[in-house]
Design a protein around this ligand. Structure first.
Ligand SMILES: Cc1cc2nc3c(=O)[nH]c(=O)nc-3n(C[C@H](O)[C@H](O)[C@H](O)COP(=O)(O)OP(=O)(O)OC[C@H]3O[C@@H](n4cnc5c(N)ncnc54)[C@H](O)[C@@H]3O)c2cc1C
Length: 440
């Protein structure tokens, strides 16, 4: 594992607003003894649970899901709840140059289908995930970024807003100069979505086991044998859907092909109407900025402000505290009128990057029946949901189900990954420049 063991401890839940604002579910029981399945899935996040639902509902497969903690313990239960376009760190131009126009269009279709997938899941499984108004706002942090934003074509239904427009629309901050609205996506309660999927999977006939960390994957005459502390599953096919929490020792091929990175969130106490009016930030729209080490934020239904920031290289308490202070200082700069609103919840979790800058959905080369679906680049609410479905279809024989971009196995990271991450962050800090207050 790349980070300290504390970041992976399945009995420790994050101090997250999402879990605090949800009804406690009874835990799914650990695997007990030996069993068989058509497909065994490692990880009960959006990817694993969507794959399980697809396999059971559309292919009548016999499916077991093994989860080290409980469903939604990983990134799926602790993210910012931005259900939006994304999943790769490549824009359409870069994908076109790398793989051609068809691949870029294919990926664009996948991103849109992914948002529709989440919306469909919420309706189909009757999950109340407190969805917010549609669309998201990309905010320009510097005059240069704002000038650049104005030259880019707008999607259908999109809009460009200067600072006065932002103010008039209830999106005033102490820093940003303009914004670009795209009408796709919506905010949701991520833990409610994850646990709703787990309940739906169980009702559909998936055998879901919590507290069942897979400690070994070994070839077997019937396929693969997955061992946990209390049992084992033999399955012809195995899907590894553990993303940033993956244990690379389980599959030697995976070693150094993924880069787990820390993302952090803080949530304030509920803001009063007067405070919201004073800041001029009254909308519940999803918003993020164009910095490489981006900030993302939105008002929650009870008027708390949720604020996320990428960064940090360690789960050591001192490092987490230091990063938390920095994130809060940046929050105060962006929302000067909310300075007095205390942080009531703060937590972090792991996202998963790859050297190809795209997810991977496909077989482990040279290991028939062993599959991977991971690398959502910090944007997996929608992408991991649809990606899990695509992985299930690929397992059932439709090799073309995942878009071409994600069918290419990622190469290994060459440099030691923490150094690479530290260097990347330092460079991003230089390119981004210091955050500046820009009073109206
Ligand atoms: C702080 C934060 C904020 C984010 N914000 C957003 C956002 O606003 N929008 C967005 O789109 N994305 C966001 N993301 C990313 C998004 O949450 C993830 O991309 C997505 O949830 C990944 O889902 P997953 O199912 O692939 O993996 P996860 O949800 O991480 O699930 C993996 C599971 O595998 C289990 N596991 C690992 N190893 C084993 C093993 N050996 N045996 C059994 N189980 C195992 C883990 O316990 C874990 O529960 C954020 C992530 C973080 C951390």
């Amino acid at each position: 594992m790349l980070y300290e063991a504390t970041g992976y401890e399945p009995t420790t839940w994050p101090d997250s607003y999402w879990r605090a604002s949800s009804a406690r579910l009874p835990g799914f029981p650990p695997l007990d003894g030996q069993t068989r399945a058509d497909v065994a899935i490692i990880g009960a996040g959006y990817a694993g649970l969507n794959a399980a639902l697809e396999l059971v509902e559309d292919h009548s497969a016999n499916v077991v899901v093994l989860e080290a903690a409980q469903p939604g313990w990983g990134a799926s239960g602790r993210n910012g709840g931005f259900c939006c376009l994304g999943g790769a760190r490549l824009d359409a131009g870069q994908i076109t140059r790398r793989m051609g126009r068809d691949a870029a269009q294919d990926w664009d279709r996948f991103e849109h289908a992914a948002i529709a997938r989440v919306k469909g899941n919420l309706a189909r499984y009757q999950i109340d995930a407190q969805t917010t108004e549609p669309g998201e706002m990309l905010l320009a942090a510097t005059p240069r970024a704002w000038a650049q934003m104005r030259t880019q074509p707008l999607p259908q239904g999109g809009a460009l807003l200067d600072r006065d427009d932002l103010c008039a629309q209830g999106l005033n901050t102490g820093t940003y100069l303009g914004g670009r609205y795209v009408p796709q996506g919506f905010g949701l309660h991520p833990y409610a979505y994850a646990t709703g999927l787990a309940r739906a999977a169980q009702q559909a006939g998936v055998r879901l086991h919590g507290e069942s960390r897979v400690t070994q994957i070994a070839p077997n005459p019937e396929g693969w044998r997955l061992s946990t502390a209390t049992g084992a599953v033999v399955a012809r096919q195995v899907l590894i859907a553990s993303n940033g929490y993956s244990d690379e020792r389980l599959v030697p091929w995976l070693a150094r092909r993924i880069l787990p990175a820390i993302s952090n969130i803080l949530v304030t106490r509920p803001l009063t109407k007067a405070e919201l009016q004073a800041q001029g930030w009254t909308r519940h729209l999803m918003a993020y900025d164009d910095r490489i080490l981006l900030h993302y934020f939105r008002l929650l239904p009870d008027n708390r402000l949720m604020f996320g920031a990428r960064g940090g290289l360690s789960f050591e308490p001192a490092s987490v505290a230091r990063f938390g202070q920095r994130a809060r200082a940046e929050f105060d700069l962006i929302f000067p009128q909310f300075r007095q609103a205390e942080t009531e919840f703060a937590w972090n979790g792991l996202v998963c990057l790859t050297a190809s800058r795209a997810p991977y959905i496909g077989p482990v080369p040279g290991a028939e029946g062993l599959w991977l679906a991971l690398g959502w680049h910090g944007n997996g609410v929608a992408a991991a949901s649809e990606g899990g479905r695509c992985a299930a279809r690929a397992i059932m024989g439709d090799a073309g189900a995942p878009p071409a971009l994600v069918r290419r196995p990622p190469p290994r990271f060459v440099a030691p990954r923490k150094w690479a991450l530290a260097a990347d962050m330092a460079l991003a800090g230089l390119v981004d420049g210091p955050m500046r207050a820009r009073p109206n």
